[in-house]
Design a protein around this ligand. Structure first.
Ligand SMILES: C[S@@+](CC[C@H](N)C(=O)[O-])C[C@H]1O[C@@H](n2cnc3c(N)ncnc32)[C@H](O)[C@@H]1O
Length: 316
């Protein structure tokens, strides 16, 4: 299958602006983008130190193209760091006409420890839609067990669970009742060096479970999922496993080649990597826990100094 001669179900090596420019209007159902955050991260090809004006002008161009290639009922999820979250949200809504359905905070563990400031343990993930009256949101595909069920073992808990909602959590281990499953602060451990899931060659690899929630919620089997910044290829790998068509772009030749390798090792229907419900590790309550507490895996060595989600150069 192709779009304007562009092959689907693969990663394309090159500048996403060139790829996006060749895509017809309204050709993708869902776009997920995790662009460089302009924080000086050491990618192999891309220079992540631009002036703010330059970065914002570039963001306006590629985001504008993403909006153009999205179908009228399409969805755009954007992951971004603190530094540009506010400006990119304004750009998306005020200039590009998108509607923000949720400002999700992805809380993650295993960020880089800082000596003189709080360690970064979150990223922002915006859920934008083109038409607030017509978009895909598959509620049943992304239900989570409620705290009522998971923590309190309450018989009144809905057996089908509930949607994640908006509760801020600092650290799961600080909460007497464990990290609430029903929250728009999403808890997925960062893909650590020791995790089986870790590719080992891209420091910004996102967890498959996080992409699983996004792709399940905002697309149907057979839909086209677009990722202009493929990186290690997580979006494309998860789209493939979930039976979606996909299209990715990656500037780096080396990363793109490895993404192609990664995609070659997986098949439609394969399970996603990582724990689907990390919250089942929530600690006991006074009523006793129904589930056995399980510790998260601990890294045997320190995370890479260049791990972006707690970028070393930002640690002052
Ligand atoms: C933050 S990483 C994406 C990580 C990805 N979400 C994952 O899970 O692996 C951003 C990627 O965008 C790539 N990139 C930077 N500029 C690009 C451009 N103009 N076109 C395509 N890819 C680009 C970088 O090489 C880098 O691999």
């Amino acid at each position: 299958m192709s779009r304007n001669g562009i092959q689907l179900d693969r990663v394309h090596q090159g500048d996403c602006l060139a790829l996006l420019g060749r895509l017809p209007d309204a050709s993708a159902h869902l776009a997920f983008a995790d662009p460089p955050f302009n924080i000086g991260y050491d990618y192999d090809t891309y220079d992540d130190r631009r002036s703010s004006d330059d970065y914002l002008a570039w963001s306006r161009r590629w985001m504008g193209e993403v909006v153009r290639v999205l179908r009228p009922d399409g969805t755009f999820w954007l992951a971004i760091g603190d530094e540009y979250a506010a400006e990119l949200k304004v750009l998306a809504t005020r200039e590009l006409g998108l509607t923000c359905r949720s400002w999700v905070v992805w809380y993650y563990t295993f960020g880089v420890h800082c000596k003189q400031k709080f360690a970064r343990s979150h990223a922002h993930i915006f859920h934008f839609v083109k038409d607030p009256a017509a978009f895909t949101f598959n509620v049943d595909a992304i239900r989570v067990p409620s705290a009522r069920e998971l923590v309190y073992g309450d018989k009144r808990a809905s057996p089908t669970g509930r949607l994640p909602d908006d509760t801020w959590i600092l650290r799961p281990q600080d909460l007497p009742d464990g990290f609430g499953a029903a929250s728009d602060t999403w808890y997925f451990p960062r893909v650590c060096g020791t995790f089986k899931e870790r590719s080992g060659w891209h420091g910004c690899q996102m967890p498959e479970q996080l992409l699983g929630r996004i792709i399940r919620a905002s697309s149907h089997a057979g839909d086209v999922v677009l990722d202009p910044f493929a990186g290690s290829g997580t979006t494309l790998a998860v789209a493939k496993k979930l039976g979606r068509s996909f299209l990715g772009c990656e500037l780096s030749e080396s990363y793109a080649a490895r993404v192609t390798e990664r995609l070659g090792t997986i098949s439609v229907g394969d399970p996603l990597d990582g724990a689907a419900e990390p919250l089942k590790s929530a600690p006991a309550t006074k009523d006793g826990r129904r589930l056995t507490a399980k510790r998260q895996p601990r890294p045997k060595r320190k995370p890479s100094a260049t791990a972006r989600r707690g970028k070393a150069t930002l640690v002052k």
